[in-house]
Design a protein around this ligand. Structure first.
Ligand SMILES: [Cu+2]
Length: 110
């Protein structure tokens, strides 16, 4: 019974991720399989703020706030915008929005 519930929850997470336009492989907070990890860009924080991903994973930033935010970090220099999305290859380090002090995303690639 428990196993069935777990499978159902996992299927739902994959379905939700796909519905949001993300790759199914990025459904877990700490993805163990390379895929795409969605990062919400909000007012004024990244969600999640800290992630560990496998080598080869792409970060897909999706803007969902009202204020403009940019993303500057290892291999990323995405100009300020208020909507849409942009993807970069994940690298270990800190990604920030230079407009809002303290808006940071810590990424660890292993
Ligand atoms: Cu910002």
């Amino acid at each position: 019974m428990n196993r069935k519930l777990t499978l159902t929850a996992a299927s739902l997470a994959v379905a939700l991720s796909a519905a949001a336009g993300g790759a199914a492989a990025g459904a877990d907070q700490t993805a163990s399989v390379a895929g795409t990890k969605k990062i919400s860009v909000r007012d004024d924080y990244f969600g999640p703020k800290k992630i560990t991903v496998s080598k080869g994973t792409k970060l897909r930033f999706v803007w969902s706030g009202r204020r403009p935010h940019n993303v500057v970090g290892p291999g990323a220099n995405i100009g300020a915008r208020v909507k849409g999305s942009a993807s970069v290859k994940a690298r270990s380090g800190t990604y920030v929005c230079t407009i809002h002090r303290g808006m940071k995303l810590s990424v660890r690639v292993r």
